[in-house]
Each structure stands twice: as C-alpha cells, then as structure tokens.
Design a protein around this ligand. Structure first.
Ligand SMILES: [Zn+2]
Length: 198
C-alpha cells in the first residue's frame, strides 16, 4: 500500500496469530480497519526509522486501535523531535510521540506467531533498523531496488550506510527485500545490479 504524496510503502503483515503494520507514514482508514479486523490477534506497529513519512500516521493509529508502537532504540528520540524526523521541514502535522517498545540490534521481536529479527542499519538515520521476517526483509530507506538511502538529512552518515549495506548483503540471496519506497527486489538481485553495492 502506498501512502502520501511521496508514496511511502506501508506494509500490512497478517498471519494466523498476528497482525503488524510497518511504517504507517500517513493516516488512513485502511490501516485502522486492518488492525480492527485482527483485534483477536497479537498486534504491533513497527517502524523502520523515524522520518515523518514513515511515522506520521503511527500516533493516531495507536490512539484509535490501542496497538503499541516499536522502533529501533537509536531512532526513538526523533519521534518527538520535529527537526530530526523532518516533520518541520516537510510541513507534516502530527504530534510528537513516544514509542512503547524500543529494540536493540539482534533482538527478536515476537508478535504472536511472527518473529521479526531486528538488524540495526544506521546511515540513512542515526538508528534505523531493518526487520527480517523469515525470508523477507523490510529494509526501510536503507536499501531500495537499484539504489540506497540518502544520507544528507540530519543524522545521515554515508560511511555508516555502507557498513549497514554490507551487512545486509550477507543475507541469503533469496531474501525478498521490501523497501520504504519503490518496488520489491531481492538481495541477490541488488548484489548484481545495484551500483552502490559494487
Ligand atoms: Zn527516510
């Protein structure tokens, strides 16, 4: 599902025992309906990094559904900082907020029958993370099809990004990559075709 003018990807993950919304950048009835329809399951709102276009819909979604918000610990402070999360710069309107859970690198986040492994992937932001769910990587704005995240926003660090990307490239080639913007790809395909990874 694409949300907002800049087409941030928001992912809805559903299993027999869980329902997870990843990066609700903007408010939409669809995310509310999804979590409401899965009220009997364990539910969570997962955020890859603290930029406004990935978090802007999260506080309202939590308020309506009561579902907790989780984010990598290094990016949690920026949720309440409109300069760091770029809400000021892009005139996004949502109240500063605090996450219910923060995750460390290597941690497994268990939501019902789903296990998300937290991989810290700083560089695009100070404390962005990717989430690995079985053979699927939610890479946020770290890795895209054919390109990589920009590092010219506050907290960006190209050296750190390169290190994060090298880490992601150690994953199995078959792993599907679902990015924060743009189309789906795989680790193998990015290894072969992504100019930034050569
Ligand atoms: Zn971003």
């Amino acid at each position: 599902m694409h949300l907002g003018l800049i087409k941030t990807n928001c992912y809805l993950v559903e299993s027999p025992g869980a329902a997870v919304v990843i990066d609700p950048g903007f408010q939409t009835q669809e995310t509310v309906d999804f979590l409401a329809a899965n009220a009997a399951k364990e539910r969570m709102i997962l955020i890859t990094h603290s930029h406004f276009d990935h978090i802007g819909g999260a506080p309202a979604l939590r308020e309506v559904t009561g579902v907790p918000i989780g984010i990598g610990k290094g990016d949690s402070a920026a949720l309440a900082d409109p300069a760091k999360n770029l809400a000021d710069r892009f005139h996004a309107h949502f109240a500063p907020f605090v996450a219910d859970r923060t995750f460390a690198d290597g941690e497994t986040v268990q939501v019902g029958d789903l296990s998300f492994r937290v991989i810290e992937t700083p560089g695009h932001t100070v404390g962005g993370v990717s989430y690995l769910l079985d053979g699927v990587l939610f890479s946020g704005d770290t890795l895209f099809e054919g390109t990589v995240g920009r590092t010219d926003f506050p907290g960006g660090d190209f050296k750190a990004l390169k290190k994060s990307l090298r880490r992601l490239m150690t994953l199995d080639g078959e792993v599907r990559v679902l990015s924060g913007h743009g189309d789906e790809t795989t680790i193998a395909r990015e290894r072969q075709t992504n100019l930034f990874l050569r």
